[in-house]
Design a protein around this ligand. Structure first.
Ligand code: 5GP
Length: 187
């Protein structure tokens, strides 16, 4: 099968049309840059990368392949969107962090920061456990949509305020397996 089968220009998910927005090549190049930066800045610090489920699972797995320093990985799970395309405005913690955070360098890993509600909640929550430092790594940031005061240390791509899909990001739980990032085609 040709690679275009796996990397379509357009996809349909839950009866909505999406077009390619960030390609596999662009993702790979940016992840490599971010990995190099993290390797330099966290050398000798043995950070714990904490992925926010479900959306960050592909990004976290891929960025790990560019991280060569000693580190640990853990996950936590939040819910704020339900199955809709707009935020419910409420954060619920569905899975707590298992790792011991006190005295450690924590890197929170998100797929996307939209209003900033989830990351704002997460940073404040993690700080309560007295980490040595807390950093935020997000693949995508919707700057125009961000309403909450949120700390962002490493951003893959700044994107406009549009609904995106793929590479871990879902629409009503579908589309996470797409290898590129797609944007809702509402033209
Ligand atoms: P925030 O709390 O910053 O408003 O939203 C963060 C969460 O909302 C993300 O982790 C993600 O699950 C979801 N989200 C925000 N924008 C989008 C989007 O454009 N597409 C998808 N699939 N999820 C989004």
């Amino acid at each position: 099968m040709s690679s275009s089968f796996y990397l379509p220009e357009e996809v349909t998910c839950n009866d909505e049309s999406f077009k390619v927005f960030i390609t596999k090549e662009q993702l790979e190049e940016r992840l490599s840059q971010l990995g190099n930066q993290l390797n330099k800045e966290f050398e000798g610090k043995k950070p714990i990368f904490i992925g926010v489920l479900n959306g960050a699972f592909i990004f976290l797995a891929d960025i790990m392949r560019h991280v060569s320093i000693s580190c640990e990985v853990d996950f936590m799970k939040l819910s704020s969107y339900g199955d809709e395309k707009v935020s419910s405005g409420k954060v619920t913690e569905l899975k707590h962090i298992d790792a011991k955070i006190e005295g450690r360098h924590i890197i929170l890993v998100e797929d996307i920061v939209d209003t900033g509600l989830s990351m704002n909640y997460l940073v404040e929550n993690v700080k309560k456990y007295n980490p040595e430092s807390v950093s935020v790594l997000t693949l995508l940031h919707k700057k125009e949509a961000t309403k909450y005061d949120v700390q962002l240390d490493y951003v893959g791509f700044e994107i406009p305020d549009a609904f995106v899909l793929g590479y871990g990001l879902d629409y009503a739980q579908e589309g996470r397996n797409l290898a590129q990032i797609y944007v809702l085609d509402d033209a």
